[in-house]
Design a protein. Structure first.
Length: 110
């Protein structure tokens, strides 16, 4: 979606969008020299609005939330890669990995 549609759907002003982009909270794609926003950008924008408008979270708090969200997304992607790599192993290797994961370790909650 283009910038106008994005702002209309979120009911935000140009200055708000510019601030979000400067902060790195929303990173639009560039297409033929124009900003293009994806559904993920819209979801992030809705989250930012909820946090600020409904919950009163300040800019520093938004920074933390968005950073944690990005970390979770990155970890999820890494976990999917690990699971795919494990699934390509033989059953004996898969069994040993699962067995080892089930062992109690100090400091690990179950």
């Amino acid at each position: 979606m283009n910038e106008l549609e994005f702002r209309d759907r979120l009911h935000i002003e140009v200055t708000v969008l510019e601030f979000w982009i400067e902060q790195g909270w929303v990173i639009p794609a560039a297409e033929q020299g124009r900003r293009r926003f994806r559904e993920i950008d819209l979801a992030r924008g809705e989250l930012i609005r909820d946090l600020t408008d409904r919950m009163g979270v300040n800019d520093d708090g938004i920074d933390i939330v968005m950073d944690l969200l990005d970390q979770i997304h990155g970890l999820r992607s890494t976990l999917n890669d690990v699971m795919a790599a494990i699934s390509r192993q033989g059953e004996d290797v898969q069994y040993r990995i699962l067995r080892d994961m089930d062992r109690p370790r100090p400091g690990r909650r179950r």
